[in-house]
Ligand binder design. Structure first.
Ligand code: DGY
Length: 396
């Protein structure tokens, strides 16, 4: 692969920041320019190899904003450290592509972008739920191929969710937003599985249930299950919102698919390897009423053999966070992480990231996942991201 071409912004800046893909919006560039950064952006859509990234870092580089498609391992952090690098931010909330321990060992803070993907990702999980259950893609193909010859009583029968049960695995910010959309919008009962209880979510469902009961409607309910299997057995829709780590890899495998209802819906907007994709293909083949809506894949950008042939699966190319507001917000957060770390500013306390998204941002990093391990100072209160390992939820 040839060296990627570069676009340079604020060439006179004294701090060299490499950005491995063009990012949407301009606020992030204003943030970096105001912080004295010369920004070098690799242009083009090719996924960069680690050699290409090492080449871009070169002999001197103060910080990098990288992508979830890149493997930020110990070797790459050593290259960055050697070049004088003092900060890295992922342009993503998830950071399973980053060896955080290796970055910490090099003394390099790792940023991520929580807080701007919550509703956007939850909305696409809802969209996939209904696209799968109401067979939208199949029906669209049917129309386009000229096969619609008039209304029929049994054409594209799907499932009704109103009053049924939704199961959410990983009840962090995104899981909670999805749960609320499904409970409130479709009066579904909620089951959730998470290592930690989510009292905020439970209170919401309880209060909404009381509101419905007061109006003479059936109250919605909420239960945190002890096991994943308990949730899978009972839910009509299951949506995955967990981080990817050793404990969640293939969390949904052949054995667990087998306990799900034969006409259940499985939605995945978290990380592909949380589902054993070959097992899912086999399950969907033998259970034509089972449906899946997938935004993420086990070996992106490849998809499992046979997946594309299945009518009962809806697939989209990892676009859950793809709204202009969110992607521009992610760019602002990544830039603020890097700018703050290069200027020895503290890590922000509050979870509200809006002050970082426009104008002059606070002199703090919105979210540094290894802040605690690096002993970085915080503004008052807790860190913007939880910084805990194994917390089980994607948005931290
Ligand atoms: C993330 O941020 O982790 C998403 O997968 C991409 O926006």
């Amino acid at each position: 692969m040839n060296a990627p071409s570069l676009e340079i912004v604020n060439a006179a800046g004294h701090l060299r920041v490499i950005v491995t893909k063009p990012l949407p919006g301009t606020h992030w560039l204003e943030v970096l320019a105001a912080a004295g950064c010369r920004v070098e952006i690799a242009t083009g859509d090719d996924m960069l190899t680690r050699e290409a990234i090492s080449g871009l870092i070169g002999e001197r580089c103060d910080a990098v904003i990288g992508q979830l498609t890149e493997s930020w391992d110990a070797g790459l952090f050593a290259v960055l450290k050697q070049a004088g690098g003092r900060a890295y931010s992922n342009y993503a909330v998830g950071y399973n592509n980053v060896d955080v321990a290796a970055a910490t060992a090099c003394g390099i803070p790792v940023g991520n972008t929580p807080g701007v993907l919550t509703e956007t990702t939850a909305e696409i999980a809802v969209a996939l739920t209904f696209a799968a259950s109401r067979r939208i893609v199949e029906a669209d193909r049917f129309m386009r191929s000229g096969r619609f010859h008039g209304w029929l009583p049994s054409l594209f029968l799907g499932s009704l969710f109103h009053g049924k049960t939704v199961g959410v695995i990983g009840a962090g910010r995104i899981g909670e937003a999805y749960a609320r959309m499904m409970v409130e919008g479709h009066k579904m009962n909620l089951l959730y599985f998470d290592l930690r209880p989510n009292p905020h979510l439970e209170e919401f469902v309880q209060a909404y249930g009381a509101f419905l009961a007061a109006r003479g409607e059936p109250a919605v309910t909420c239960r945190r299950t002890e096991t994943v299997a308990d949730l899978l057995e009972s839910a009509d829709v299951v949506s995955l919102h967990t981080a990817l780590d050793a404990a969640t890899r293939h969390l949904v495998n052949a054995e667990r698919l087998a306990v799900m209802k034969p006409d259940a819906i499985l939605v995945n907007t978290s990380r592909g390897p949380v589902v054993d994709e070959a097992a899912l293909v086999a399950h969907c083949r033998t259970h034509p009423d089972f449906r899946a809506g997938l935004d993420v894949f086990e070996n992106e950008p490849a998809i499992a053999a046979g997946l594309a042939d299945l009518a009962n699966v809806v697939i989209v190319p990892h676009i859950a966070s793809a709204t202009k507001w969110t992607r521009e917000g992610m760019a602002s957060l990544a830039a603020c992480n890097v700018a703050a770390m290069l200027h020895h500013h503290p890590v922000a306390a509050a979870g509200d990231v809006r002050p970082f998204l426009s104008g002059t941002p606070p002199q703090a990093a919105p979210s540094i996942v290894n802040a605690r391990d690096l002993g970085l100072a915080h503004t008052t209160g807790a860190a913007g991201g939880c910084g805990a390992s194994g917390c089980g939820c994607l948005p931290c």
